[in-house]
Design a protein around this ligand. Structure first.
Ligand SMILES: NC(=O)c1ccc[n+]([C@@H]2O[C@H](COP(=O)([O-])OP(=O)(O)OC[C@H]3O[C@@H](n4cnc5c(N)ncnc54)[C@H](OP(=O)(O)O)[C@@H]3O)[C@@H](O)[C@H]2O)c1
Length: 331
């Protein structure tokens, strides 16, 4: 079964779940003044700005190609401030910046490998010295492999989950009031959650789950891949290593928003999202959307206006909240 078949099967099972009453989506009222039009003029987005305040700044991880590249392209058109295209490979990143400059856009570049803590710390120092803060973070970097081996599970978890956690932990102290964080997850996380044992589901949807609890759970998955039995974790080609790493990304987004609600900096909003099935190298260039179509929901979340009440700490697909119910069950 190739990626397309696997994905279609997952979409079919996802649709079936909706039909038997587990409706995964609920409508969100579109924020006032938002539209799908990526071509509109850059300008004051309504964010409160004091006299003498430093320029706003956005960072997109893993953006030398694919969705990240399209998100940078969209932000260059919409975001009121400097936009950083980041890449682990400096020359690929610089080339991507040149490609966007040919389109008349003006992204900046900074090297970042989400699995290398020293590069994250360097980026933080640069942002602090140059901008004094951060206004938008898109955790997009990711990889996918359908082989369910111990080495692969460890590698996907390191990039898709631990990388996201590390970048967030190092850069969140820089977030200014009204900052936005978008974690690119996947609807596969919903399907993978449903394939977990009920004991694991209870733990993963507990509304008091801490980031340490979640990291421990993700580690137990990595530790048990390759051992006999799934220990309650999904073992499918997509729901296995990739899907579980994306459960981590979705639940971490919910935890991050919960923590930020008690922060002294007002109106910092974190959401996870699924871009859809997008033609990128990750999918072997198969999919139903172009990269710019896939970037629509991440850009919508990146540009949420000030003091929005919803979506906040949600998983969002096609600009709609996907049901991911947190409960008071046992941890
Ligand atoms: N395409 C889809 O249908 C789909 C669906 C749902 C979710 N997603 C998610 O969307 C995100 C973007 O994926 P994509 O489809 O655009 O894939 P892609 O074209 O393969 O792009 C992935 C990007 O992540 C970068 N990356 C990988 N490991 C990294 C690391 N350690 N540090 C920094 N950057 C790293 C890659 O850099 P290199 O060029 O150096 O490898 C590349 O720029 C991923 O999180 C993916 O899981 C995609």
């Amino acid at each position: 079964m190739d990626f397309e078949d696997a994905n279609l099967n997952l979409l079919i099972s996802f649709n079936r779940l909706s039909k038997i009453g587990h409706s995964p989506k609920r409508e969100i009222t579109p924020p006032v003044g938002q539209s799908d039009n990526l071509e509109r003029d850059t300008g004051d987005m309504g964010f409160p700005r004091k006299m003498g305040e430093r320029k706003r700044v956005a960072v997109v991880t893993g953006s030398n190609k694919g969705l990240g590249f399209a998100i940078v392209r969209g932000l260059c058109k919409q975001f009121d401030g400097d936009v950083y295209l980041t890449a682990r490979n400096e020359s690929l990143g610089q080339q991507a910046v040149l490609d966007l400059r040919k389109e008349g856009l003006n992204p900046r570049f900074h090297q970042l490998d989400v699995t290398k803590p020293d590069t994250i710390v360097k980026l933080r120092s640069f942002l602090k010295d140059t901008y004094g803060g951060l206004d938008l973070l898109v955790n997009n970097a990711g990889k996918m492999d359908m082989e369910l081996s111990a080495a692969n599970a460890e590698s996907l978890m390191r990039t898709n989950f631990t990388g996201l956690c590390n970048v967030s932990e190092v850069l969140f102290p820089l977030l200014r009031p009204h900052a936005r964080v978008v974690n690119v997850s996947s609807l596969i996380s919903v399907v993978a959650l449903r394939k977990c044992s009920s004991e694991l589901q209870q733990k993963l949807t507990n509304r008091n789950i801490s980031s340490e609890d979640l990291k421990r759970l993700m580690q137990t998955f990595v530790d048990c891949v390759g051992t006999r039995g799934g220990h309650g974790w999904p073992t499918g080609k997509l729901t296995g290593a990739y899907g579980v790493s994306k459960i981590g990304a979705t639940v971490m987004s919910i935890i991050q928003q919960r923590q930020l609600l008690n922060d002294t900096r007002p109106d910092i909003v974190v959401n996870a999202c699924c871009p859809g099935y997008v033609m990128t190298d990750l999918t072997g260039q198969k999919g139903m959307k172009t990269i710019d179509q896939g970037a629509v929901t991440p850009l919508y979340l990146a540009m949420l206006p000030p003091n929005i009440t919803s979506p906040k700490g949600e998983l969002v697909s096609e600009k709609q909240i996907v049901k991911w119910e947190m409960t008071n069950s046992k941890l």
